[in-house]
Design a protein around this ligand. Structure first.
Ligand code: NAD
Length: 488
């Protein structure tokens, strides 16, 4: 039955008569519901609720906040399957992928539960005779999170648990393409004991985002999405006096050296490139092979693995790859396959027209593989964000490294080799924020931090881990001296 996804403001669902945007089931192509799109008035009411809640929430102790987060973690664990089902219904990825992504978000909730420890300050005795100094990490106020479609739960969970654990209140604007689980996550936070107004959700699109970026009561903005929008968010929010971190797109290279374990490398590349239909900012989208022998052997192994990938609806148990998010995105990815052919790359596998039986109207696309891709081609330069992998052949490690370093994106990268010296050279010299050595592009654990380089990030503070404490608090340094009280 068709449904409407509303906002969640001050602890309550809020439906209003503004613009509505359609929601699709990507496996069938059917319109399954609508999501409201907040105008300026709704945005103001969410920010007002967060501003009022901040007065009390910011005075709670870190231990009180941690207790709520512990209960929240348990509630998400209990509701894991139903949350994953919501994700699969609107995003299309498999239930296993959806559950895995929520788990990665939960790791950040886990980390946020340690907030009493994370907020512990430094104290220096005797910075001068009789004078001590200590630092305080104080909350900012109302913080905003704007998230992309590809991880509808995880990326929100990277942001708001850290923000609220630091004593801030939060307004979340999820993607308009798969908004349902944002509401469920907000309801569960309320059930865990989070006071009304501390976490609010406004649904919407560009108009909603723009109202958030210029609102005078918003103190900080966390954004994840494409680089074009990330740059707009960064510039607008900065101009309006906000602290901002904006994470953008990617073109993640994986270098394969002649001494790599090619069996393990093939598994890693195929899973990373085609999992979640390539709609991951950490997907490998370029393989740089060092030497033609490696390229030829790798390709023959990859062909077999790709042939085994099962593309179909994410709700079916043995499916590996679900559909793309929308028909418009399908057409965009398809256009890149045509561009690659015209540019002269060799299309070894063309999965673009594949449709599983009985799902002809779904936004499905099988895996595609290009060989002999060169740096001047658009399929090499642009983020395609679909199940399309390019192979670039080079002669030696230095040429491979140069290629990675000259690309405009620098989110993640990986190398496969048995040579420790080469691996260390790579880790030291590569221009990217997250580096894998014999593991595909890795999303760092919650107690490290996430963040790319170059056009994959605007600002220089990472997401979650100790970087989040830095982002969601303001430093105050107190220098104190006490004199003996003299009684009159
Ligand atoms: P997107 O940039 O289209 O949308 C992201 C968010 O911005 C959404 O909430 C959307 O409503 C809003 N938005 C869209 N257009 C806007 C505009 N013109 N002005 C203001 N707001 C706007 O991204 P997407 O298609 O949802 O997600 C895919 C992109 O996200 C890819 O480029 C991917 O690499 C990137 N991504 C990056 C990371 C990372 O951590 N670096 C993680 C996940 C996804």
């Amino acid at each position: 039955m068709a449904y409407t996804v509303a906002h969640f403001i001050n602890g309550r669902l809020l439906a209003s008569a503004e613009k509505q945007l359609p929601l699709f089931n990507p496996a069938t192509g059917d319109t399954i519901g609508h999501v409201l799109a907040a105008n300026g008035k709704i945005v103001n009411s969410a920010i007002d609720a967060a501003k009022v809640a901040f007065q009390t929430w910011s005075t709670t102790t870190p231990v009180q906040r941690a207790k709520i987060l512990f209960r929240y973690k348990e509630l998400i664990e209990k509701n894991l399957e139903s949350l994953a089902t919501l994700i699969t219904q609107e995003h299309g990825k498999t239930i296993a992928e959806a559950m895995g992504s929520i788990q990665r978000g939960l790791e950040v909730v886990d980390y946020a539960c340690g907030i009493p420890n994370h907020l512990k300050s430094n104290f220096t005795e005797s910075v001068a005779a009789g004078i001590d100094s200590y630092s305080l990490h104080q909350p900012l106020g109302v913080c905003v999170g704007i998230t992309p479609f590809n991880f509808p739960a995880m990326i929100g969970l990277w942001m708001f648990p850290m923000a609220i654990s630091c004593g801030n209140t939060f307004v979340w604007k999820p993607s308009e393409k798969d908004p349902s689980c944002s509401i469920r996550l907000a309801e569960l936070a309320k059930e865990a004991g989070l006071p009304d107004g501390v976490l609010n959700v406004v649904q919407g699109d560009k108009e909603t985002v723009d109202a958030l970026l210029i609102h005078p009561d918003v103190k900080a903005i966390s954004f994840v999405g494409s680089s074009f929008v990330a740059e707009h968010v960064y510039k607008t929010a900065m101009t309006n006096g906000k602290r901002v971190q904006a994470f953008g797109g990617a073109k993640n290279h994986c270098i394969v050296m002649p001494d790599a374990d090619l069996e393990q490398t093939t598994d890693a590349i195929v899973t990373s490139a085609y999992g979640s239909a390539g709609e991951r900012c950490m997907a490998i989208s370029v393989v740089v092979t060092v030497g033609d022998d490696v390229a030829d052997t790798l390709i023959s192994k990859m062909k077999k693995k790709i042939a085994d990938l099962k593309v179909g609806p994410g709700t079916v148990a043995d499916v590996d790859v679900g559909p793309l998010i929308t028909q418009a995105h399908w057409e965009r990815v398809k256009s890149y396959i045509e561009i690659g052919k015209k540019e002269g790359a060799t299309l070894l596998i063309d999965g673009s027209e594949y449709k599983p039986e009985k799902y002809a109207a779904g936004f499905f696309m099988g895996a595609s593989l290009f060989d002999h891709v060169t740096p001047n081609m658009r399929i090499y330069q642009d983020e395609i964000f679909g199940p399309v992998l390019s192979i670039v052949r080079v002669k030696d490690f230095d040429s491979a490294l140069k290629l990675v370093n000259e690309h405009e994106y620098g989110n993640g990268t990986a190398i496969f080799t048995r040579d420790g010296y080469i691996a260390k050279q790579f880790a030291d010299k590569v221009q990217a924020g997250m580096v894998g050595i014999n593991v595909p592009v890795p999303v760092p654990a919650a107690y490290h931090s996430f963040g790319g380089w170059k056009r994959s990030i605007f600002s220089d503070i990472g997401m979650y881990g100790m970087e989040a404490i830095r982002f969601y608090t303001r430093l105050k340094t107190v220098t104190q001296r006490w004199f003996p009280r003299t009684l009159a």
